[in-house]
Design a protein around this ligand. Structure first.
Ligand code: AMP
Ligand code: MG
Length: 496
């Protein structure tokens, strides 16, 4: 059933990874399987045998051709460098080539102890597995680059956290698991050969254009500088997308920062309800280091750690390398602003660019903050507001205080006059970029609580709703609705 594996990482020197079999679990049960993704990856579903699939996705049987490895990496956690982290509860089965010709990693997460487990049990509780499943699939449906969820299996075993919880294994699909922390791992050991291997693998998998006709002529140092620039650009794009959907990653440590530009590691992440740029959900982020508003600056900080590892590849002369890398890093600000402006313009229905657009965006956000308006619904109802008084009222009712909104609306309408589109077309445009449904925290919590009692109904219906985020849900449950006061989830816990 599995597509053929390519085993690129297995061929890396063993100081970069450790061969490691998943630890079998007692009573595996497949609770989620992402068929469209499986098809995209080249799984042969005609020979799909649920029992065998379950055994493989639980780690009880290693699929033919796979050679599981745990990857080594380091990382800055909340600003402190940890020279060795690594896959402590995950193994890479191998890579597969999808229908579009892209190489993708298949990883089991929660699959037992590895040489990198330190004190941990190598397992994952069901709650964090379902959270990652829901949120990563929602991000994909929203058009945000992200790792994907292929399957979730419950293990029939308990894992012991604050309380005993049901265990589970997630199958994660990623463009790769190369992280800023992977580079830090080799750099911290003075492993120049390993560094070059990683940089070349990153280029081959994520930035092959750097090897193209131009790239062949490129001098080596130039190529690695171009790699840094390319990663800066992808991260700028990524964080701009997060900001546009109100997403808070929660643990932007360098080991959770990919060089592919995909969102990785859904621990204590959350989408904002009421707009507040200082929003923090993570229970372990006491100082708000990874608050919504800080995300661009943290991404740049992480990129600086990445740049440090590349210096010796950029130029033999350290001073010159630092100079060039600094220029590349400083471009982040401008690139991020450009990416953010593009994202936010489209959220206002603007396809053209005008001088005052940035101010127009910020004024709406200020009005939302003052009125504690729900971030997602406020943007969603802009389309309604174009369609008449009733729609405008439904937008205004989201704002606890509406003076600023009332001042803003006529300016926005005037600006829309520069767009060559009538109101119906503008409303359609707005509804195609501003989602109705996001995986709201209280809904995710509700789905997890039910699943822990062996009722996967709420998980399934939430999953169905968030995979079509631009359609207002018509089912029994209104997934567009923000939490009432007693439903609000103020803290989320990380996946460990
Ligand atoms: P994360 O918080 O998921 O980014 O993980 C940070 C580090 O802790 C990584 O090296 C993980 O592999 C490791 N880790 C997290 N949970 C466990 C666990 N249950 N057992 C072993 N290692 C873990
Ligand atoms: Mg991590």
């Amino acid at each position: 059933m599995f597509p053929p594996f390519t085993l690129r990482y297995v061929r890396f020197p063993d100081r970069l990874r450790a061969e490691c079999q998943p630890t079998p679990v007692e009573r595996p049960r497949l609770v989620a399987f992402n068929r469209p993704l499986a098809e995209e990856l080249g799984f042969d579903l005609d020979v799909y045998d649920p029992d065998r699939a379950t055994q493989a996705l639980a780690g009880n049987v290693v699929p033919e051709g796979a050679e599981p490895v745990a990857l080594a990496y380091a990382g800055h956690q909340f600003g402190n460098f940890v020279p060795q982290l690594g896959d402590g509860r995950a193994v890479l089965l191998g890579e597969v080539t999808d229908h579009a010709g892209r190489v993708r990693d298949l990883q089991l997460k929660g699959s037992g102890r590895t040489p990198f487990s330190r004190g941990g049990d190598g397992r994952a509780p069901l709650g964090p597995v379902l959270r990652e499943y829901l949120v990563s699939e929602a991000m994909h449906a929203l058009g945000v680059p992200t790792t994907r969820a292929l399957a979730a299996v419950t293990t029939g075993e308990r894992v012991y956290r604050r309380v005993p919880e049901p265990g589970a294994v997630l199958t994660r699909v990623a463009a790769s698991h190369l992280r800023v922390g992977t580079f830090q791992y080799v750099a911290a050991r003075g492993d120049s050969e390993g560094l070059k291997l990683l940089a070349d693998e990153t280029i081959a998998r994520h930035y092959p254009h750097l090897l193209g006709p131009d790239g062949a002529e490129r001098e080596e140092g130039e190529r690695y500088l171009a790699l840094l620039e390319a990663v800066v650009e992808r991260q700028a794009q990524l964080v701009a997308r997060w900001m546009g959907v109100g997403f808070i990653h929660g643990v932007m440590n360098t080991d959770n920062a990919t060089v592919s530009g995909e969102t990785l590691d859904y621990g204590p992440c959350a989408f904002m309800d009421a707009y507040d740029p200082r929003s923090v959900f993570s229970s372990i982020d006491e100082r708000g280091r990874y608050a919504y508003v800080n995300q661009p600056a943290i991404a740049q900080w992480n990129l600086a750690r990445f740049a440090e590892t590349l210096l010796e590849l950029i130029d033999d002369q350290r001073e010159r390398a630092i100079e060039r890398a600094t220029v590349a890093l400083e471009a982040f600000g401008e690139r991020y602003e450009a990416a953010r402006l593009a994202v936010m313009r489209s959220k206002l229905g603007l396809e053209t660019a005008e001088q005052g657009d940035a101010a127009l965006i910020d004024e709406l956000l200020d009005a939302m903050q003052a009125g504690q308006a729900d971030f997602t619904l406020a943007f969603r109802r802009l389309a309604d507001a174009l369609e008449g008084a009733e729609g405008e009222a439904s937008l205004a009712e989201l704002f606890g205080e509406r003076e600023a909104l009332d001042a803003w609306l006529p300016r926005w309408r005037e600006r829309l006059g520069c767009e060559e589109a009538d109101e119906a077309a503008l409303a359609r445009r707005l509804r195609a970029v501003n989602p109705a449904v996001i995986p709201r925290n209280h809904r995710v919590a509700e789905a997890i609580a039910a699943a822990e009692e062996d009722d996967f109904g709420p998980f399934e219906s939430l999953l169905a709703a968030i995979t079509r985020p631009f359609e207002a849900s018509a089912g029994e449950v209104d997934y567009t609705r923000p939490p009432q006061d007693d439903e609000k989830v103020l803290r989320t816990f990380c996946g460990t």
